[in-house]
Design a protein around this ligand. Sequence first.
Ligand code: DC
Length: 221
Amino acid sequence: MKTINIAIDGPSGAGKSSISRTVANELGFIHADTGAMYRAIGLYAIRHDCLEPEKLIEKLKNIRVELKFIGGVQRVLLCGEDVSDYIRSPEVSMAASAVSAVGEVRAHLLDLQKKIAAENNVIMDGRDIGAVILPHADLKIFLTASAEERASRRYLELREKPDCPPYEKILEDIVQRDYNDSHRAIAPLQKAEDAVLLDTSNMGFNEVVEHVTAMIREILD
Ligand code: DC
């Protein structure tokens, strides 16, 4: 059976994951957040002190990443341990950005990402999904927003937490990660030529969800 594959790419904090999750839920698709896989490897590198590429490459054969979908909700497993709740800290974000620049790490995750798409109707989000992982996706969307808008959304999300960083620090991290993700040699963040560009700087969450859902429904008809 041919599965429906939707690729959503874009920079950090553009809302890819929350939009993809909500739309997938509405359409009965699964949502595969590939950033979580890089985050799991980043966590492994922190825990095992192997952030340098040579050390990490040596350990790759021991690093087993899996996605489980429980009631449509993604959990990420690292060597059998559910690490979903430990991969969202700023430290893991930076580690994920670093490990994702290593070609061997990307190759390590490629088969898993392709297999998920071959077996499921999926909305897969990341940085290189439309350009590299699913070049024949049924629909490709490049979701973006200005760095300031993305930082202010993240700040609003985090501000109730006791260790919420100041807005300026969040913005600085976003600008740094944008730079890292789009200047690396291998699979840099890029809009696939045939992807639809959606700039959400001036759109509300529900508006984006409706827009993306409508685009997908159109190709399903
Ligand atoms: O989407 P995210 O912020 O959770 O992603 C974490 C890091 O992983 C980010 O720095 C970019 C990287 N990444 C990637 O290189 N390729 C992907 N398909 C997904 C994420």
